[in-house]
Design a protein. Structure first.
Lengths: 331, 331
DNA sequence: GCCGTGAATCGAAGCGCTTCGATCATCGCC
DNA sequence: GGCGATGATCGAAGCGCTTCGATTCACGGC
């Protein structure tokens, strides 16, 4: 293994000079910098991560806690994770993967052992047991999702309330009077996951404001459940002309089931989805949708953490505004 | 921050004794051990990860490289990742997440900087550019997937050839004479991803052995593509009575499309899938399938690495035998 | 009663890096 | 022409842990 003293000797400088070349924390003459960098390249030197962490009390690693629960759409989680890793690398950091299962204790472990400098926690619940721990930790964190009592914690997410609202508004604007929201699986509402409730709230608010008929229907994330629900809607809500779907695995089966019952999309039924952009684009027909900006959530979580690590103050709440893209599923 | 000297003082022993209590590398009297453990608990001591890594030249972190490519089923990747993290924790290790994007250079970086002790590389291609690097690295690695030239590298995966064979065998055993394999998207074959080719090989071998009619049909991972392909099969292969599907997003649309064309599953068409167990179970009808054992792959990758880190010799190839579970989609 | 042996513990060195103060040369300025 | 500033570099301390002798003590065998 080649170490900093090897580089120093090879370049004819002291180890501290090599360190300063690498960190840029003191000025170094151009000539010396060149020589040192050349030696580093020639010898293939990589600073020892542990030694660096020990001396600088910075590990350059972020923790990312991913959810394991049912009812959440796995590709979105993955997309956030990949975006976070990519963003972290741009800031010369790496990402340590933790599962929900590790719980509160896991957060304390990686923080107290100085394994990580900061934490990103996904799928935060309204009353999340991890919040007290995150508050008392000496390391910065960012929550993806909004708990009931966020106050001093830094949170980020799509503004799901506004998203639900925007979808209902869209249908109202197109003249629909009887609409429905096909939402997350019942267990997601049951465990007080903020985003599902907020979509429903926003939806209901717009329904009220426009004097529409509109209900919220939770739905299991299976094609079968989707078909069953569509059957029920056809029976109970004969005048239904517009549907908002916020449940990825169910979107295509819903469109198909309505079609099979003679309610073709978009001619006899308008559909608006809340889902990742690519899913809406590649659907048949392409769906008018509010994008779930997973990439942006992942990337900005990291950027918030970097700012905090740099001593900057950041806004406590980052609510990404919904962007609705009109496609071929409504009229 | 509480450190080992604090614990030592509190327990009335030397730091080295605390260290030996924790590592178990030397014998410690029961009384001393008790006292030290009590002090650790009382003070809430956590060894500093960086210091430990520096002194012991072990970081207790594994790298996991996940794929980003299209055509691979995201939930399987996630399942492997979660299983790997869970298994790693059981062995007191953590997992660092890397993306394919980091490439060969990323592997060298985390290995040479001693950030990780060992590596797991997913989605290995037949001729994978990362192989030479992995060979010359001084750290152990495990590949998920089999490259063309694996020789000294440790690899693990489902035996996809045997899986393809088992599915065709199953249909042959039920008396079907004209069958098809609906496979991965064309780009997956094009980039020489071993598993897709191996399923096809196994399928063809069984077809030949039983004198069946059987072809392989790549298929994009969209419902639309599935319906188009089913249309084509109905036209080109009127005598078709059995189908093997190895393409998760397409399974349900295929069953539906055949059903819509009057070829109900299982009465007029038998379907056998290669997919994760839960997907097959929750399909409608539940599908006879060979399980893709993502959990086991993740878990055993970690166990192989742990064995290697412990100096044990491990088999170069671990081919998990396919397990076919009969359900309601064939007869 | 002495010695060898093994168990239990300690002290000190050292892992590879960062960082702080000190040193020394250079420079512009009054 | 001397002086404070500024820039460039060095040396040494120290980050918190593991590990390698060395030391001490108790005990059994002869």
């Amino acid at each position: 293994m080649v170490k900093i003293t090897d580089v120093a000797r090879h370049a004819g400088v002291s180890p501290s000079t090599v360190s300063y070349v690498l960190s840029g924390k003191r000025s170094i003459s151009a000539g010396t910098r060149e020589r040192v960098l050349a030696s580093i390249a020639e010898l293939g030197y990589r600073p020892h991560a542990g030694a660096r962490a020990l001396a600088s009390s910075r590990s350059n690693v972020l923790a990312l806690v991913i959810p394991l629960r049912s009812g959440i759409h796995v590709p979105v989680v993955m997309q956030i994770a990949v975006a976070a890793v990519t963003a972290a690398r741009r800031h010369d950091h790496d990402v340590l993967l933790l599962t929900q299962e590790e719980g509160v204790e896991g957060l304390r472990r990686v923080a107290d052992s100085a394994l990580v400098d900061a934490l990103i926690v996904m799928d935060v619940q309204m009353r999340d047991p991890r919040l007290p721990m995150l508050r008392e930790l000496d390391r910065p964190s960012v929550l993806i999702g909004f708990p009931a009592d966020a106050d001093d914690l830094t949170c980020i997410d799509l503004d799901f309330r506004a998203a639900g609202e925007a979808c209902a508004e869209r249908l109202a604007g197109l003249g629909h009077r009887s609409i429905a929201l096909i939402g997350s699986p019942p267990e997601v509402y049951a465990r007080q996951t903020g985003y599902a409730q907020r979509v429903a709230e926003g939806f209901r608010a717009a329904v009220r404001r426009h004097g529409l008929t509109g209900e919220v229907y939770p739905c299991e994330a299976t094609a079968e459940a989707a078909r069953a629900l569509v059957g029920r809607l056809l029976a109970e809500r004969p005048g239904l002309t517009g549907v908002v779907v916020h449940n990825e695995p169910v979107m295509e089966p819903v469109v198909r089931a309505f079609g099979a019952a003679g309610r073709r999309v978009p001619d006899e039924l308008s559909v608006v989805a809340i889902c990742p952009e690519d899913l809406a684009e590649h659907a048949d027909p392409p769906l008018t949708s509010v994008a779930v900006p997973a990439d942006e959530v992942g990337r900005r979580s990291v950027e918030l953490l970097m700012a905090k690590l740099g001593g900057e103050r950041v806004p406590a709440a980052t609510l990404l505004p919904p962007r609705l893209t009109a496609r071929a599923s409504d009229r």
